[in-house]
Design a protein. Structure first.
Length: 218
């Protein structure tokens, strides 16, 4: 047991020295917290803290049929490693990127009446929250973790799939083919008017308790 601990410590020391020598050559992601991290779509690394800094130790190269998602190699679909089309604006508002919890989009009406998309990203180790419209969700090395990897919008499994967003039920998505030339199922996002709640292809306006009581009298 002592030999194993000694061997592991020796490996960490050697790897840290190697990381210091090659830090300038590294083009992957930056460690923010200790633990495993997807450095890119193919490589899983371990982030090790050392004197107020983090260093990356190579852990695994994903197999040919795998990508790195949620800080592990998996065969699950990973849109972040696919060619992502431009975000389509359908309503005025602020919308989460369907595949990246740190990216969000402003859809603004221009002077010509058309909607224009502006893309931005949360700083540091925080994700965008569709309910508050702030970057407040603390992440695990920039990964959208909730037990398993979770995308801001459900992945499309079939055309017509629809639901409200968990963080903001006024925003909903409907899955459809992106375009005639881009034949992927994409979760198009919309907004219920006046803060309504979406459920099963219907936007429902919330009424006060007093309003409902008065309505039942007649």
């Amino acid at each position: 047991m002592k030999f194993l601990i000694f061997s592991w410590c020796a490996f960490v020391i050697f790897a840290l020295a190697h990381c210091e020598d090659t830090a300038d050559e590294d083009t992957g992601r930056t460690c923010i917290t200790a633990g495993p991290m997807c450095d890119n779509c193919e490589h899983l690394v371990i982030c090790v803290g050392f004197e107020n800094h983090f260093y990356k130790l190579p852990l695994q190269t994903c197999a040919l049929n795998e990508t790195c998602l949620g800080n592990r190699c998996t065969t699950d679909r990973n849109p972040k490693c696919e060619s992502e089309p431009d975000f389509p604006c359908n309503d005025i508002g602020v919308f989460p990127n369907p595949f990246d919890c740190q990216t969000y989009h402003f859809c603004v009406k221009e002077n010509d009446g058309n909607l224009k998309e502006y893309r931005t990203k949360c700083d540091g180790n925080y994700g965008y929250h569709a309910g508050t419209t702030f970057c407040q969700t603390q992440l695990d090395n920039n990964a959208c973790f909730q037990n398993e990897y979770q995308f801001p919008v459900d992945l499309c499994l079939h055309s017509g799939q629809n639901a409200a967003l968990l963080q903001n039920p006024s925003i909903y998505y409907i899955c459809a083919r992106y375009s005639d030339t881009v034949e992927i199922l994409y979760p198009f996002q919309f907004v219920c008017p006046h803060g309504g709640t979406y459920f099963n292809f219907e936007c429902i306006l919330a009424r006060s308790e007093n309003y409902n009581k008065l309505r039942r009298r007649f």
